[in-house]
Design a protein around this ligand. Structure first.
Ligand code: SF4
Length: 345
């Protein structure tokens, strides 16, 4: 069968495909097994800061919320990193609110420098940066960038992003392109599910993937499926997404794009995450904490959102193994990055 196009994707996302969910799951599982084998990559987020100059109505870190704010020092970051390293993590995702004056590229470079000895892969999920800034971070050891558009619906985007530079829809939309142009090995995109019609979001994600693949065929692309979770403030999902909807979205995107990495984070509950093992997702977070310094001080407030799967790394490993899959803690050899950088000179 030819590779599905956007018309096929629209059909897979449509209400008419819902009765065929089981067949879609089987096809998605088959494609995933063929392309990724019986492996699930594991990573942990490390929150560096919850300062943010944007007012996103759905987020606990919004500048409009009165919460205790914190920026980790090098010593505090090292303490968090050491805990994650000792727990067995080899891939970390550095996360922060968007506050370039408090947490700019210089700060990130310092953090990456002190973390790269401990981890085989370091990715970032921070404010959108310029191509030059991504180049600096790549040279320092960052290999992946995640940046969610949140919603591809311009009207909703305007409504939920009330203040701050994030109001610039187009600058955010072209951030994955800048990160890939800078040489990042992996670039992740996604929508915050619950803000707008998930079927339209799925189609927009497919479109975004196709255009990135075309221009950056050498870059690995990933999609995450963050569903809105409770957070500080009283925001409720505008268009709730059920587990069945989320499953259809994941299967549809897998069938549409066999090569894309699919991430299912601890936002989802353990029952759902376990049920999805082998059916499409290729990467799971585990043992996550969503506040800066939260691994060292779990009782400390200031989390971005409440998580759904509270299991330890070992428990997640066991669940993956029980399904006959291998949890992989390392997906990237730093030695390969040296080769890549030499190739680029
Ligand atoms: S979603 Fe990101 S940019 Fe928006 S308030 Fe939260 S941390 Fe800041």
């Amino acid at each position: 069968m030819d590779r599905p196009d956007l018309v096929h994707l629209a059909a897979l996302l449509s209400p008419a495909a819902d009765p065929y969910l089981e067949q879609m799951a089987a096809r998605s599982a088959e494609i995933t097994r063929k392309r990724f084998g019986r492996t699930i990559q594991i990573y942990a987020p490390l929150y560096l800061s919850n300062y943010c100059i944007n007012s996103c109505t759905y987020c606990g870190f919004s500048a409009a919320n009165t919460i205790s704010r914190r920026l980790l020092s090098i010593a505090e970051t090292e303490a968090e990193a050491e805990l994650l390293h000792c727990r067995g993590f080899n891939h970390i995702l550095l996360v922060s609110g968007e506050s370039p004056k408090i947490m700019g590229v210089e700060y990130l470079l310092e953090m990456v420098c002190c973390l790269k000895e401990r981890f085989a892969a370091i990715s970032i999920e921070v404010q959108p940066l310029t191509t030059k800034e991504y180049e600096q971070l790549f040279a320092a050891g960052v290999t992946g960038v995640t940046i969610y558009q949140e919603t591809y619906d311009r009207t909703v985007y305007k409504r939920v992003h009330r203040a701050g530079p994030k109001q610039d829809y187009d600058y955010r939309l072209f951030t994955p392109d800048r990160a890939a142009s800078a040489g990042m090995r992996e670039v992740g995109i996604g929508s915050l599910l619950g803000l707008s019609d998930w079927r339209a979001e799925g189609l927009a994600i497919g479109h975004h993937l196709a255009s990135l693949h075309k221009k950056h065929w050498q870059t690995g692309l990933t999609v995450s499926f963050p569903r809105l979770r409770p957070a500080t403030g009283d925001f409720k999902a505008l268009e709730p997404v059920s587990e069945r909807d989320l499953s259809q979205l994941i299967f549809a995107l897998r069938i549409f794009d066999p090569d894309v990495g699919l991430t299912l984070s601890t936002r989802e509950e353990s029952r759902f995450r376990d049920g999805m093992i082998g059916l499409g997702p290729t990467r799971y977070s585990a043992g996550s904490c969503t506040s800066p310094g939260g691994y060292s001080e779990p009782e400390r407030a200031g989390e971005q959102f409440a998580i759904g799967d509270h299991r330890s790394l070992l428990e997640v490993f066991n669940a993956i193994r029980a399904k006959g899959f291998d949890p992989v803690r390392k997906d990237w050899d730093p030695a390969f990055q040296v080769t890549t950088q030499v190739d680029r000179i």
